[in-house]
Design a protein around this ligand. Structure first.
Ligand code: ZN
Length: 273
């Protein structure tokens, strides 16, 4: 792949960075990233990845735009209320960067289709808002050997982590082995969320995705970054691979995504434990 003159100018501030350069920009243009959920987390993720020239971006969300989404889901505008979120997001992302091939996945992501969908991508970014979906994505990424960039947000707090169990690291189930009982953790709808806090976490997911593609810096692989917007604190703790993990441990009891309960939620911002 050779960059055109226009591309050299468009990405000049990337190319100036010794860690990126023309070679790194070409890597970005050849990469394929799947964004699950195009809400509070997925909006900044997709915006930054498309702006950065990640060549193919798949976006999935089965929800339509609601007025209560707009304080944090920055890809959707007042005129978009009632539109499918994928369509609303796709319109803006295409205008932002014609270099990027945007693929819309409109239907519900389920145990029946998730592996087939993510198979075509290099990296999966989880912007979902509920635990069953996070387990579903985690398990599908494990079986398809895809890097998972995970994010979660609740009120003023958020978390980011990168999981690569196919290279010997931990998976999401090593960190959270059990689904919390229903009703223990309030939803975003019940608990509220400061919109910009979702933007901060989504932006960090985009950063980690770019670092994975460029193979630069110290990634958040096997580390959990915990962010608190109220006191502006960042703490990171290491995540240990659990030898007894039901999915990626020595004697696993989960052998396919079929064994996970079906999610039935929209994708926006999400409760954390
Ligand atoms: Zn595991």
């Amino acid at each position: 792949m050779r960059l055109t003159e226009e591309q050299i100018y468009r990405y000049s501030r990337h190319i100036l960075l010794p860690e990126v350069g023309g070679v790194g920009q070409e890597k970005l243009l050849k990469s394929r990233v799947f964004c699950l959920g195009i809400g509070g987390l997925g909006s900044p993720v997709a915006l930054y990845l498309v702006a950065a020239g990640v060549g193919t971006i798949g976006i999935a969300d089965s929800d339509t735009v609601d007025i209560s989404n707009l304080h944090r889901q920055v890809l959707h505008y007042t005129d978009d209320i009632g539109k499918p979120k994928t369509e609303s997001a796709g319109e803006k992302l295409e205008k932002l960067n014609p270099d990027v091939n945007i693929i819309l996945h409109n239907g519900l992501i389920s145990k029946d289709n998730i592996r087939g969908i993510i198979r075509d991508y290099d990296i999966v970014v989880d912007g979902s808002d509920n635990f069953p979906t996070r387990y579903l994505v985690n398990d599908a990424c494990y079986f398809e050997k895809k890097t998972l960039v995970s994010g979660a947000i609740f009120q003023f707090e958020g978390q980011v982590a990168v999981f690569k169990p196919h290279t010997g690291g931990a998976c999401y189930r090593c960190l959270y082995p059990e689904l919390p009982p229903e009703g223990i953790i309030p939803s975003c709808q019940e608990a509220g969320i400061l919109g910009a806090a979702a933007g901060a976490i989504g932006t960090m997911q985009a950063l980690e995705t770019l670092k994975q593609i460029l193979e630069i810096g110290e990634p958040l692989t096997d580390r959990l970054l915990v962010f608190n917007a109220l006191n502006m604190s960042f703490n990171s703790v290491s995540i240990k691979k659990d030898p007894g993990c039901r999915l990626c441990g020595g004697s696993p009891s989960i052998h396919g995504v079929d064994e996970i309960s079906q999610p039935d939620c929209d994708f926006e911002s999400s409760p954390i434990s």
